[in-house]
Ligand binder design. Structure first.
Ligand SMILES: NC(=O)c1ccc[n+]([C@@H]2O[C@H](COP(=O)([O-])OP(=O)(O)OC[C@H]3O[C@@H](n4cnc5c(N)ncnc54)[C@H](O)[C@@H]3O)[C@@H](O)[C@H]2O)c1
Length: 301
């Protein structure tokens, strides 16, 4: 088992810490904010209770206000600080000065390429993207993104660590915006928003079509397997008819921009694409939390 450092005790950092401690590792979290450090035990306990984890694993996680103490002799660091390039570059420069050259430095950035985050470092071969999905202790996928300087050994060791921790790591071979998951998700969202904006249907109908149609089978049948299942000739015939008609905008639609400008940001505002009460929004969050926890527990059996 390894000693692993986490930078940032926020939403993602605490979930990654829980996941790795549950896998048997010793985890040290660095966060300069006393507020985030103080709320950490309660948030970790919520994760543990949801997954019925062994209470002893909590003793393997400690919070630190000094990076050098937290990162002493760690094998890996998972950075989950704010999504700002200059800050991440500074964090990685600091990490380089307090870790050995062999320590693997992973960034959980959602969108910033590690090519840029690690640009000023001496040992860029050990810098790699690890894009977890929220909540990281419940959603299996981690995209492991190799940039031009990342060594194959760094990728292999990172994939092995994550797989042994019960994740489903995938190797992304180019450091491209959105990696794989968010590109697919936003290709779908672009079309969904365009359909609603064009008056084809309302937002609730989009959700129904996804959840009860192709989404109902998607957890067990990906789009490539599904194409092979029905036959690529059928996929080609459909694409010949359909592709020219799909939305191909290269910037967000006015429909989305106007919602945001009007403060219709979604559940927190009571309205986004759909209308929400506190109760209906809470019900969605609880449904998601339960579903993911049940899946995670079933995967452990
Ligand atoms: N929230 C998501 O759904 C999600 C999903 C995938 C990836 N990410 C990425 O993960 C990263 C963290 O996101 P989050 O949602 O956990 O954010 P968050 O705001 O919940 O947590 C950020 C943490 O970083 C700490 N921090 C601030 N300055 C710091 C510094 N100088 N050094 C170390 N820590 C510092 C904050 O105190 C806070 O605890 C971001 O890069 C984000 O893009 C987020």
């Amino acid at each position: 088992m390894s000693t692993i450092g986490i930078v940032g005790a926020g939403l993602m950092g605490h979930g990654i810490a829980y996941l790795l401690a549950a896998a048997g590792h010793t985890v040290r979290i660095y966060d300069p904010s006393a507020e985030w450090r103080n709320s950490l035990p309660q948030r970790l306990e919520t994760a543990r209770a949801l997954l019925s984890g062994d209470p002893a694993l909590m003793d393997r996680i400690t919070a630190h206000d000094q990076m050098a103490t937290a990162m002493k002799d760690v094998a890996f660091v998972f950075e989950a600080g704010p999504e700002k390039l200059p800050l991440k570059q500074q964090i990685f420069a600091d990490l380089e000065s307090v870790t050995a050259p062999a320590t693997i430095l992973c960034s959980n950035s959602s969108a910033i390429p590690t090519t840029e985050i690690g640009a000023g470092l001496k040992h860029r071969d050990r810098v790699v993207g690890t894009h977890f999905w929220n909540p990281p202790h419940l959603v299996p996928l981690v995209e492991v993104i190799q940039n031009d300087a990342t060594s194959d050994e760094t990728v292999r060791k990172t994939v092995d660590l994550l797989r042994e921790a019960g994740r489903e790591p995938v190797h992304v071979k180019k450091d491209i915006p959105g990696f794989i998951g968010n590109r697919l998700q936003h290709a779908l969202k672009r079309e969904a928003i365009a359909l609603v904006a064009a008056g084809v249907c309302d937002a609730e109908t989009i959700d129904t079509v996804c959840k009860t149609g192709f989404g109902a089978r998607m957890a067990v049948l990906g789009p490539m397997e599904q194409s092979d299942l029905v036959g690529l000739n059928l996929t080609l015939d459909i694409q010949n008819v359909l592709l020219a008609d799909l939305d191909n905008s290269t910037e967000p639609t006015d429909f989305l921009k106007e919602k945001v400008a009007a403060g219709k940001l979604g559940m927190s505002a009571g309205e986004g694409f759909r209308r929400w009460t506190k109760e209906s929004a809470d019900a969605v969050r609880e449904r998601l939390r339960r579903y993911l926890a049940d899946q995670a527990k079933a995967a452990r059996k």
